[in-house]
Write a protein that binds this ligand. Structure first.
Ligand code: PGA
Length: 251
């Protein structure tokens, strides 16, 4: 049932990309429109500076554009921040919230991540809510408990009625070339699914669960075939059209 969900392949460009990089999106768009329509939803979350320009290239090819973070308030005296309504206005449809790099670099808590997710939903967008354990937590055997606590506190009650996406991204797998075993991914995604169903019932069965962390063309087929893996959040390998297209093809 959960695996009948349309997969979501979402690129996270992080703090990478200038207008010249939109060439890669043009390349991906022409690959996607040349053949049969992909059986998954394709999204890219560029730096906010590129959202509007990317959307002009992406939208005609059916590529969804997203953002990487937002402020929990809709407007106000918050110099340098961007709100969910602003990102929507620029053309974003998705917003990543609670990425481990923001949790680590900016001290973001589960409660702040939850508030951000609420603001994203209020703006009519879909949050991709990230959870994941550190290497020390995995080695200490607390990965399940850590991720369960993040899930409980970061996913807002509004998910009962509105669409949210959850991304499991083990911190130690991000940008390292390391990935958990398929058995470990399967176990974590099953556990996330069970918790969401327990909390939200049928709606919890329909929440997409993405895997993220060194997802690449070489391991995409195996990882995306795991039960309760409903897509991927892809950093490094999303920067090049060829790599992202290979992952889309694997899905
Ligand atoms: P990576 O990043 O694919 O480069 O490991 C994933 C992420 O941080 O979303």
């Amino acid at each position: 049932m959960a695996d009948s969900l349309t997969k979501l392949i979402a690129g996270n460009w992080k703090m990478n990309g200038l207008r010249a990089s939109l060439f890669e999106v043009e390349k991906l768009a022409s690959k996607l429109t040349a053949g049969a329509a992909p059986r998954c939803t394709v999204a890219i979350c560029p730096p906010a500076t590129l959202i509007a320009a990317m959307n002009q290239i992406a939208a005609p090819a059916g590529i969804v554009v997203g953002a990487q973070d937002c402020h929990p308030a809709a407007s106000g005296a918050h110099t340098g921040d961007l709100s969910a309504p602003m990102l929507a206005d620029a053309g974003a449809q998705l917003v990543i919230v609670g990425h481990s790099e923001r949790r680590a670099d900016h001290g973001e808590t589960d409660e702040l991540v939850r508030q951000k997710a609420v603001s994203v939903l209020a703006a009519g967008l879909t949050p991709i809510i990230c959870v994941g354990e550190t290497r020390a937590e995995r080695e200490a055997g607390t990965a399940d408990a850590v991720v369960a606590a993040q899930l409980a506190a970061s996913v807002p009650d509004e998910a009962a009625d509105d669409d949210v996406v959850v991304a499991y991204e083990p911190v130690w797998a991000i940008g390292t070339g390391l990935t958990p075993t398929s058995a470990d991914i399967a176990q974590m995604h099953k556990s996330l699914r069970d918790q969401l169903v327990k909390r939200f019932g049928a709606k919890g069965a329909a929440i997409k669960l993405l895997y993220g962390g060194s997802l690449k063309p070489g391991n995409a087929r195996e990882i995306l075939a795991i039960e309760h893996v409903n897509g991927g959040l892809i950093g490094g390998a999303s920067l090049l059209a060829d790599d992202l297209f290979a992952i889309i093809s694997a899905a």
